[in-house]
Design a protein around this ligand. Structure first.
Ligand code: NAI
Length: 289
C-alpha cells in the first residue's frame, strides 16, 4: 500500500517542502498539500500554467501529482479564533465552510483520505525577521513562535489522531536555534529553539499516544522564497561553501532525501532527533581560513 502524506508549507517549486514532496512521490506516496491562503491563488495558477512542470518530472518520466490541495493558515487552530478581518478577507472567505485552520484541514484530510502516514511541516513566518532581537516587538516575537513553532504542535495535536501507528512527522529547523547567526532575527531563532525542544517532547508524547515518530531536519542555507525575504541568504550560501566540511551548495533535493528516510520505516528507531542536513557546517567551531 502506498503511504499517504500531508505536507504543509509549499507555495512554489523552490523550497524544501517541494523537494520533500518529490522525494516522497519518488517513493510512491500519495501527497496532499496545505498551502498558505495568501499564496494559494498564485500557486494554483502557476501550477495550471505549467510553470512547475519541469520540476514535477519524476525519475520514471511521469509528472508528480498532488491528490488534493487545501487552503491552510497554520496560525489558526479553530474557526472560532479567526479574527473578523481575516475571515472576511476575500482570499480567506474563498475557503468557505471547509475552512483553513489546522483543525479544519485535519478534518478535511481525514474525510477525503482516511488515516494518513506522513506529516510534513515546512513552514515558518516571522514578520520582524530582519530586526535584531534587541529591536523585536513582543507581537513580532510571538508571531514568529506562533507561525513557526506552535504550528507544529498544533498540527501534531490535530493530525496525530488521524495518523496510522508507525507513521512519522518531520519539520525544518535552522542552526540559529543553538548558535548565534547575526541577521536571523525577529524571534525566529527563538522559534527554531522551541521547535527543536518541542520535537523531543512531541516525540515522547505522540510516540506513546499514537506510535508516531517526530523529528526535525536542521537544514543548511537554500535560496527559497522565505530565505530571500530574510535578505542575507546569498551570503549564507557563500559562507557555507567557504567553511563547511563538504564544499558544495546545498540542494533542496538532499533535504528531500533525508526527509524521505526519516519518514520511512528505514528510520523506525529514529525519533526526537534534530538531524543536520547542512554539508556539516554545524560541526565547525572556527572558520578554517
Ligand atoms: P518556502 O518559502 O518554500 O516555505 C515556507 C512556506 O511557509 C511558504 O510556502 C509559505 O507560504 C508558508 N507559510 C508561511 N506562513 C504560513 C502559515 N501561517 N500557514 C501556512 N503556511 C505558511 O521556504 P523554505 O526555506 O523552504 O522554508 C521551509 C522551512 O525550512 C521553514 O521552516 C524554514 O525556516 C526552514 N529552513 C530554511 C532554510 C533556508 O535557508 N531556506 C534553512 C533552514 C531551515
Amino acid at each position: 500500500r502506498g503511504k499517504k502524506a500531508f505536507i504543509a508549507g509549499i507555495a512554489d517549486d523552490q523550497g524544501f517542502g517541494w523537494a520533500i514532496a518529490k522525494a516522497l512521490a519518488e517513493a510512491g506516496a500519495e501527497i496532499s498539500l496545505g498551502v498558505w491562503v495568501p499564496a494559494l491563488n498564485i500557486f494554483e495558477s502557476s501550477y495550471r500554467r505549467g510553470k512547475f512542470d519541469a520540476s514535477r518530472k519524476l525519475s520514471n518520466g511521469s509528472l508528480m501529482e498532488f491528490a488534493k490541495v487545501y487552503p491552510m493558515d497554520a496560525v489558526y487552530d479553530t474557526p472560532e479564533e479567526v479574527p473578523e478581518d481575516v475571515s472576511s478577507n476575500k482570499r480567506y472567505a474563498a475557503a468557505g465552510d471547509l475552512g483553513f485552520t489546522v483543525s479544519d484541514v485535519a478534518r478535511n484530510v481525514e474525510k477525503d483520505f482516511g488515516k494518513i502516514d506522513v506529516l510534513v511541516h515546512s513552514l515558518a513566518n516571522g514578520p520582524e525577521v530582519t530586526k535584531p532581537l534587541l529591536e523585536t516587538s513582543r507581537k513580532g516575537y510571538l508571531m514568529a513562535v506562533s507561525a513557526s513553532a506552535y504550528s507544529y504542535v498544533s498540527m501534531l495535536q490535530r493530525f496525530g489522531p488521524i495518523m496510522n501507528p508507525g507513521g512519522a512527522a518531520v519539520s525544518l529547523t535552522y542552526l540559529a536555534s543553538e548558535k548565534i547567526i547575526p541577521g536571523y532575527g525577529g524571534g525566529m531563532s527563538s522559534a527554531k529553539a522551541a521547535l527543536e525542544s518541542d520535537t523531543r517532547v512531541l516525540a515522547y508524547e505522540a510516540g506513546r499516544k499514537y506510535q508516531l515518530r517526530v523529528n526535525t531536519i536542521s537544514a543548511g542555507p537554500l535560496g527559497s522564497r522565505a530565505a530571500k525575504a530574510i535578505g542575507f541568504i546569498d551570503d549564507m550560501i557563500k559562507y557555507s561553501y567557504a567553511n563547511a566540511p563538504i564544499q558544495k551548495e546545498l540542494e533542496a533535493r538532499e533535504v528531500g532525501n533525508a526527509a524521505a528516510f526519516l519518514l520511512s520505516p528505514m528510520a523506525s528507531a529514529v525519533t526526537g532527533a534534530t538531524i543536520y542536513v547542512d554539508n556539516g557546517l554545524n560541526a565547525m567551531g572556527l572558520a578554517p581560513d
